[in-house]
Design a protein around this ligand. Structure first.
Ligand code: ATP
Length: 515
């Protein structure tokens, strides 16, 4: 664990040192849980968004996009339930004065018990070797059984407390299982209180009578309130989907995990409208499609898992998360929810407008059901950086830091490097760059030794380094170095375009999704 925390710390400083992510307002000592993306970060982020957007609106004829405003009529947030129920249960430690989410403390408690159980199993597996029967061990080992029973008891109490909205019981679980504050080490807790996560501001001048408006905490509502606009103007037939990428804002209670939990972040959401009764079939389909999208990046299937929700929101009839193994454990990156007709139905009620679809095949009107896929760009960014960050020992005993980013997502696709800063090499290198730059983000670098320049590109994940040397001037060939293997080959300049494009275009990644 300590080692993993170490990796996480290194990753955060790497993000800063190489222009991926900076703390917001840094010269004023930063602003809690708000971050800026630097020159490389913005490219990676844009590529992630493009991969998602294209997978939605290019691969699915029946999914179209919108871009709705961040400010919306305040009644929308009443109808969606956010004004009354977008709360997190918070608890303070009286000694450290640190604030926590009570539900997260309890989830961490359960995760610790899981860890204990798994360690016990691993130990036994090592001891008994091939003859080890894991299932039997789990059924019979006293320590495993004891921890399992404890975990189940906590889990049952936790789910019931959440469902009953029983804040006293949440505190009682924390007391009964002696959860301590990681900072002060004490059990001196306040009561659990609800805290609404929406930011609000005033719209209009006070003389006209200002209106309280919210910064949207999710992009989804912009889709629901445009359902009829898109359906009618696009002549969309159910089933169909509307996709949107945009900023969302949440006044998160605890924000100590870099860009995992931010107060201003970006979401990529798609709401898929289906016939009532067909929603669970579509839920299963979208689960599969979305998992494939993640796995196509090639980090290894074991990095992902589904986690079904313990507590379903009152309007949902199925919900799962796609979790990714971050340096601090498996964490939610994407949520997939079957939201029934709650949102459209509720907007019908609050707006007094009919929000229905006439289904020509069934010859009747209904409020469509909705499957939602919702993923955070920033969490996706973090998962990709974490999975790509590598420290490699080289043969000469040096270490190189390399970001093994999927080439389609890398900020720059190629670096053009003249071996020397003279003798016509820079000019030839510029000529090559001027051809490639229309299709790929390229970098030009002539400073320092070639080895140092390779390292700089490794550190930002550039898949190809193209070196221009004296031979280039005579036979129009260059060396191309591959980031992951560090292998170099001599190729014709005229082949560069196709060699690079084969590996780095998002369309090739999209084709994998259709296989
Ligand atoms: P959590 O339980 O971690 O607070 P959530 O279940 O509230 O997340 P959703 O409301 O389902 O999250 O939001 C969908 C996605 O938006 C999440 O899977 C996550 O990727 C992203 N997201 C949500 N809150 C944040 C945040 N504060 N910072 C960054 N990304 C976020």
């Amino acid at each position: 664990m300590a080692q993993q925390e170490d990796v996480f710390k290194k990753l955060i400083s790497h993000c800063k040192e190489y222009g991926f992510v900076f703390p917001s307002s840094e010269i004023y000592d930063g602003l809690g849980a708000v971050y800026d993306y630097g020159q490389n970060g913005v490219e990676l982020k844009n590529n992630i968004k493009k991969y998602w957007w294209d997978s939605m609106v290019l691969l699915n004829e029946n999914v179209v996009g919108i871009d709705s405003a961040i400010f919306m009529h305040p009644t929308i947030w009443k109808a969606s339930g956010h004004v009354d129920a977008f709360n997190d249960p918070l608890i303070d430690n009286k000694d450290s004065k640190k604030r926590y989410r009570a539900d997260v403390l309890i989830e961490e408690l359960m995760a610790k018990l899981d860890d204990k159980i798994n360690k016990e199993v691993e130990k036994a597996a090592k001891k008994f070797g091939d003859s080890f029967d894991e299932a039997k061990f789990r059924e019979t080992n006293a320590r495993v059984l004891e921890n399992q029973a404890k975990r189940e008891e906590i889990h049952n109490r936790f789910v019931k407390a959440l469902n009953d909205n029983d804040l006293n019981e949440l505190k009682q679980i924390i007391i009964d299982y002696e959860v301590v504050c990681p900072i002060s080490g004490t059990k001196n807790w306040t009561d659990v209180r609800q805290f609404n996560l929406m930011f609000s501001t005033e719209m209009g001048s006070t003389s006209e009578g200002a209106m309280k408006v919210y910064l949207r905490p999710e992009t989804a509502q912009g889709i629901f309130v445009n359902f009829l606009n898109v359906q009618k103007t696009g002549r969309m037939k159910v089933p169909f989907g509307i996709a949107q990428i945009g900023k969302a804002f949440r006044n998160e209670i605890v924000a100590r995990q870099f860009i995992f939990r931010m107060r201003e972040f970006e979401q990529m959401e798609m709401q898929f409208f289906v016939r009532p009764g067909e929603e669970l079939e579509w839920f299963a389909k979208w689960k599969e499609i979305r998992m494939k999208w993640h796995k196509a990046l090639g980090f290894g299937d074991n990095k992902y898992r589904f986690h079904d929700h313990d507590k379903l929101a009152h309007y949902a009839n199925a919900a799962t998360d796609i979790e990714f193994e971050m340096p601090f454990g498996f964490k939610e990156v994407e949520g997939i929810h079957s939201r029934t007709d709650f949102d459209l139905g509720s907007h019908e009620q609050y707006s007094g407008k009919k929000i229905q679809y006439f289904d020509p095949e069934l010859n009747k009107s209904y409020v469509p059901y909705v499957i939602e896929t919702s993923i955070g760009v920033d969490r996706m960014f973090l998962s990709i950086m974490a999975a790509s960050y590598c420290e490699e020992k080289l043969e000469n005993n040096e270490t190189r830091v390399v970001l093994k980013l999927p080439p389609a997502l890398a900020p720059a696709k190629a670096a053009i490097l003249p071996l020397l800063k003279k003798e016509g090499l820079p000019e030839r290198a510029r000529e090559i760059m001027n051809v490639l730059k229309y299709n790929f983000k390229c970098m030009y670098d002539e400073k320092d030794t070639i080895g140092k320049r390779y390292r700089r590109q490794d550190a930002i994940g550039t898949p190809f380094c193209i070196t221009v040397d004296h031979q280039t001037l005579t036979d129009n060939t260059v060396t191309i170095r591959h980031r992951d293997t560090m292998e170099q080959e001599r190729v014709n300049i005229s082949d560069l375009q196709s060699i690079i494009s084969e590996r780095v275009t998002i369309s090739n990644l999209l084709k994998e999704l259709e296989n």
